[in-house]
Structure formats: structure tokens, C-alpha cells
Design a binder for this molecule. Structure first.
Ligand SMILES: [Zn+2]
Length: 141
């Protein structure tokens, strides 16, 4: 009976993916994004994404870009396009915003939607993983 969770865990680890990072991000912004990746992974119990800061954001593969999202007025955006995962971070965010928005978008990458409470995917107090965020994981959404 204990083999099933282990099998799921191993499957999850195998899905850890690499994202190419935009060199337009400052060192401070990259650190905020790396922290956001770690915290989002811990929040939702998913494999932490790997980020390679090589600026390869125009070819194949997943990417994190410092650019204005295509959705009007959005601070960030997640989009899966032709099996590529793309996360936009608006260029005019403060460091705390880069961290918060990145964790939010990684939540979408993990397959979660928004909720009305506090937390990364909530409508308010979006700077930390909340019970409401964790409930998304528990519900398997
Ligand atoms: Zn969102």
C-alpha cells in the first residue's frame, strides 16, 4: 500500500522541467525568481522548476521573459504554447512584485487556478503561500 505514493513522487520528480531565463532580468530579479520557484514548489508539493540563465528565450523550450504580458494590465502571464511553457514578468515590477508574480504564474504552471482568499493565487495578500493555496493542492485542482 505504500508503493503508490512513492511511484507518484518519482513520476513527479521526472517531470521537473528546465526554463530558459531572460538575461534582461537583473541579478536581484533573478534571485527573486529563484526564491519564487523554490517557495512555489514547496507550496504545492511539485517538482521545482530549473532555471538556466542563458538568454535562450527565442528558440525551442520553456522560458521566462521580462516583457509586457499580452494580457492587458497583467503583471505576469503563464502560457503553454505548442508544449512550451512561457512565463512573462512585467518589466516594471518592484522586486517583491517579481517574486509574488512569478510564484503566482508557477502556480498556474502547476495547473492551479485562482481563489478568493489570501495567498499566491488569491485576490489579496499575495506574498506567501496560504492555507487556501495549499487547499488547491489538496483538492488536486
Ligand atoms: Zn493568475
Amino acid at each position: 500500500m505504500k508503493l503508490l505514493p512513492l511511484a507518484l513522487l518519482l513520476t513527479g520528480c521526472a517531470n521537473s522541467e528546465v526554463f530558459h531565463g531572460d538575461l534582461a532580468f537583473t541579478q536581484e530579479e533573478r534571485a527573486a525568481i529563484e526564491t519564487g520557484a523554490t517557495v512555489a514548489s514547496e507550496c504545492w508539493g511539485e517538482p521545482r522548476i530549473e532555471i538556466v540563465w542563458d538568454g535562450q528565450i527565442n528558440g525551442e523550450g520553456n522560458r521566462i521573459v521580462k516583457a509586457v504580458p499580452t494580457i492587458p494590465f497583467a503583471n505576469g502571464q503563464y502560457w503553454n504554447y505548442k508544449h512550451r511553457d512561457i512565463i512573462w514578468i512585467h518589466p516594471r515590477l518592484f522586486i517583491s512584485g517579481v517574486y509574488m508574480v512569478f510564484a503566482h504564474e508557477v502556480g498556474h504552471y502547476y495547473g492551479h487556478g485562482h481563489h478568493a482568499g489570501p495567498g499566491f493565487l488569491g485576490d489579496r495578500d499575495m506574498y506567501e503561500c496560504s492555507a487556501e493555496d495549499r487547499a488547491l493542492y489538496n483538492q488536486g485542482q
